[in-house]
Ligand binder design. Sequence first.
Ligand code: URA
Length: 222
Amino acid sequence: MNRLYNALQLKRLYQLKHLGFRYVPMIQKRTGASTVLPDDLQSLRNMVSDCMLCGLGKSRTKPVFGEGDPHASLMFVGEGPGAQEDTTGRPFVGRAGELLTKMIENGLEIPRSSVYIANIVKCRPPNNRVPTPEEAYTCLPYLMKQIEIVAPKVIVALGATAYHYLTGDKSGISKVRGEVIDRGSYVLVPTYHPSYLLRNPSAKKEVYQDLLKIKRLLCENC
Ligand code: URA
């Protein structure tokens, strides 16, 4: 809850910065995040579809809110939509998405529809560049709210960008992959992004180990 609140505060500061303010003192008392963002996925999705809070809103075709089981125990978080995601409005539907689907269906042996999939930013960064900190922090409250609503037991951070913005830690992904990080209401497991695996197939064996670990985590107390 604190993380969501902080992310919302940061988002407000970025909004004000967009309006031209350079320094903004904290003028709003803590009133609870749910008064700002809706507590159901459909209303949140509607809000995202109208969002123009950062520059990515101007260049996107469709925002990519996320999809999957709204009660999933397992959530995957990627970096941001690519070209095919931007056209379809669905996460991970391109080549990286095909590999992610195989990781879920062959590695974890569960249907893709049983997990929830989202991204750090909801709109495609031009030329698939890494989202800027401003874009990421502006968009992050939406993801925090999705996490709060779906309430997964395990979140898999796909790649360095997802790991960095979910934790605040700038460690490289090869250093932290496979760790099980207690985040209070869920555990976070960072692993390589499927796009990285497409370029470096030899890293698939490490991801396979991570998938085995994730499978065990999901089965604890099940
Ligand atoms: N890469 C991502 O990080 N997210 C997507 O949705 C697709 C590709």
